[in-house]
Design a protein around this ligand. Structure first.
Ligand code: HEM
Length: 121
């Protein structure tokens, strides 16, 4: 019997998730609602780090080696509206990539609790 595919695989595996994160970051860095945080930030290492984190979270077998969400975002003072806009872009890019609604919702459910750590006054 084949084991059930991990969420990471259902989201497209390493190539699919990396592509998803690249598209989401490119949009976030260009969207007036979120762009200010990305000024001067190199997107490709960020894309790699995010992909590793999603891989770790979604059963892809990676170990996330980056900073904590609180530490990496604290100086950016990300507002709830900025967080929500980012997640909306991610949701739209998952749809564009063709993952099913269940995989999308599973990922969003894993990310939602991070809002507390990422958003700050
Ligand atoms: C669920 C939502 C989010 C997740 C999972 C997430 C995840 C991450 C990760 C994994 C890193 C890299 C940490 C490292 O390599 O040590 C990072 C950095 C960063 N994130 Fe987020 N993030 C989220 C939301 C946001 C939002 C809403 C913004 C801005 C609107 C944002 C802006 C940034 C920026 C600018 C960096 C780079 C900071 C630097 O290099 O100094 N993130 N994030």
């Amino acid at each position: 019997a084949t084991p059930p595919a991990s969420l990471f695989e259902r989201l497209g595996g390493p190539a699919g998730v990396s592509d998803l994160m690249g598209r989401t970051l490119a949009r976030a860095a260009a969207d007036p609602r979120t762009q200010r945080s990305f000024e001067g930030i190199k997107l490709s290492p960020l894309q790699q780090s995010l992909t590793e984190q999603i891989c770790a979270l979604a059963g892809g077998g990676c170990r996330y080696q980056g900073e904590t969400m609180a530490r990496v975002h604290q100086d950016l003072h990300i507002k709830p509206s900025e967080f929500d806009a980012f997640v909306e872009m991610l949701r739209q890019e998952i749809d564009r990539g063709g993952s099913d609604a269940r995989a999308k919702n599973e990922l969003l459910r894993l990310l939602a609790p991070m809002k507390q750590a990422i958003v700050s006054p």
